[in-house]
Ligand binder design. Structure first.
Ligand SMILES: CC(C)(COP(=O)(O)OP(=O)(O)OC[C@H]1O[C@@H](n2cnc3c(N)ncnc32)[C@H](O)[C@@H]1OP(=O)(O)O)[C@@H](O)C(=O)NCCC(=O)NCCS
Length: 139
């Protein structure tokens, strides 16, 4: 049974280990602002979703990741749907996310969740392939 909840201070060490690219300062900031959801099974974290807000207002899913052994069993969908519902309750009318252009599998998953591709940007010096952006209207 998967439960999706906002991450708390008690989850920070786990997130610092598992979401290592974000760095502890950003992780602590996201936890404090409620910008992390974690999926728990029997008290263990099995996946997380981290977001921020484009222009300070459009919810932007920066990262969703499920522990390898727990993939393809509905955890990612449960996390995403909980996030969508929370954002709708806040009055959001659009969701955003992005992914590297050669990551076809996560992109299939984004499409499955109702996202449509809306363009790509090159990030010379940061990333060797373009970043593709997706939006989903929820309003
Ligand atoms: C992409 C990811 C978040 C999906 O979460 P998940 O819990 O594995 O996916 P779910 O079980 O909720 O998926 C539900 C459906 O999507 C399908 N699906 C799952 N992963 C898929 C994938 N990579 N590509 C295409 N379809 C996929 C499943 O078949 C399932 O459909 P079904 O129930 O009809 O069989 C997860 O696989 C993951 O952490 N991947 C690595 C990190 C990543 O790529 N993150 C996204 C970019 S930031």
């Amino acid at each position: 049974m998967v439960e999706v909840v906002s991450a708390t201070q008690a989850d920070i060490d786990w997130l610092v280990r598992e979401d290592a690219n974000a760095g502890k300062a950003w992780i602590s900031r996201c936890v404090a602002l409620g910008e992390y959801l974690v999926a728990k099974e029997a008290g263990e974290i099995v996946g997380f979703l981290r977001f921020s807000r484009f222009w300070g207002r459009v919810p932007y899913m920066e990262m969703i990741r499920i522990q390898t052994a727990r993939r393809r069993s509905g955890v990612g969908t449960a996390l995403f749907l909980a996030w969508e519902q929370a954002m709708r309750a806040e009055g959001a009318r659009m969701l955003m996310t992005s992914s590297e252009c050669d990551e076809s599998r996560p992109q299939d998953w984004h499409h499955r969740n109702g996202f449509i591709e809306t363009g790509a940007i090159e990030l010379p010096g940061l990333q060797s392939v373009p970043e593709v952006f997706f939006i989903k209207h929820i309003g």
